[in-house]
Design a protein around this ligand. Structure first.
Ligand SMILES: [Zn+2]
Length: 331
């Protein structure tokens, strides 16, 4: 009989849940919902319950057949106690939330929580671009930038569960303010949020861009302007828009700087890049690869393999399910 588990990936803009066969990586059913930055703890848990139930229903299996559930979420996670300590992308009221306990009570199956990129790293390791490699780093570029580190085949969590937070490393000590409140962090330059701000800033300064045509309803002066979708960025590049190209090149440059630091510090065999903007916008991926090799120590920079994620949008849910099954069987 197939060993099934539920993987949930709670990101900045959507929450995705899948029932996954943890021996093959095959996805049997999926539920998906948008998330809102204003969500409090109750809304957050209700969204997770909803998508998880939907995934089980679509898979044709029963909740009681699930080995366990794991939720990966962008934020600080106490994996040991199953508590979401805090998160930069959601309401400030979501702190010290006992997610694992609430999930166990709701579904009656073993439950754990992890950081969102740690689950993606686990998915890529089990069934994606990390197969057969013992030392690699996974970096996901979305509304923020997260990273996961696999060393000698083990996912490194760090003392506080925050290993791999590349998005909050400093690349310009006097630079832009980051969503976390820090200054000059990579995420403020190379995430979709950071590049969106830079782009609308150029428009406000009077530069002409097709982006105003592609997104006619956006007011560039609105401080809460949402991150531009990757597909829209690629459309602007297809139309040879110089402003979008410049912002994408700049974002790729800064991502490359951050990755060069990773190469010099960890010397991984492979770097796996994921997220919509990496998948959809070739110019961004290419700039990041070029700049990584340029700024890294020569030999390490030449040797490191830089590839795109193998499971696309499903790295996180597949990895979460694998971790859920592993944790359930270890107890
Ligand atoms: Zn930050």
């Amino acid at each position: 009989m197939a060993r099934l588990a539920i993987g949930v990936d709670f990101g900045g803009t959507k929450v995705l849940a899948s029932v996954v066969d943890v021996d093959t990586g095959k996805v049997h059913g999926t539920g998906k919902k948008k998330t809102a930055a204003t969500d409090g703890p109750d809304e957050l848990m209700q969204r997770i319950y909803g998508v998880a139930r939907k995934a089980v229903e679509k898979s044709g299996a029963e909740m009681s057949e699930m080995t366990g559930i794991c939720v990966g979420i962008a934020g600080q996670v106490d994996t040991e106690r199953g508590i979401l300590v805090g998160t930069a992308n959601l309401s400030r009221s979501v702190v010290n939330l006992e997610m694992a306990r609430l999930l166990r009570e709701e579904f009656g199956i073993p439950a754990i929580i992890r950081n969102d990129v740690q689950i993606a790293a686990a998915g890529e390791r089990a069934f994606g671009a990390g197969r057969g490699v013992d030392d690699f780093v996974v970096i996901f570029v979305g509304t923020g930038i997260g990273g996961g580190i696999v060393r000698s085949g083990e996912l490194i969590q760090g003392a506080a569960g925050n290993a791999g937070e590349l998005g909050h490393t400093t690349i310009d000590a006097n630079g832009r303010i980051c969503g976390c409140g820090g200054r000059g962090h990579l995420e403020a330059y190379a995430s979709r949020t950071g590049m969106t701000r830079a782009l609308w800033g150029e428009v406000r300064r009077g530069r002409a861009s097709v982006i105003t045509e592609l997104l006619p309803d956006v007011n560039p002066a609105d401080p809460a302007v949402p991150p531009i979708k990757s597909g829209v960025l690629q459309k602007a590049i297809d139309r040879d828009d110089p402003v979008v190209r410049e912002v994408i090149e700049e974002g790729g440059h800064f991502l490359g700087l951050g990755l060069a630091n990773v190469v010099n510090f960890l010397n991984p065999t492979r770097i796996i890049l994921g997220g919509g903007v990496i998948e959809a916008v070739d110019a961004f991926f290419e700039a990041a690869v070029r700049e990584t090799r340029k700024y890294a120590l020569t030999y390490a920079g030449e040797e490191v393999e830089i590839v795109r994620a193998g499971l696309g949008d499903f790295s996180g849910v597949v990895g979460a399910a694998v971790l859920a099954a592993e944790a359930a069987e270890a107890t």
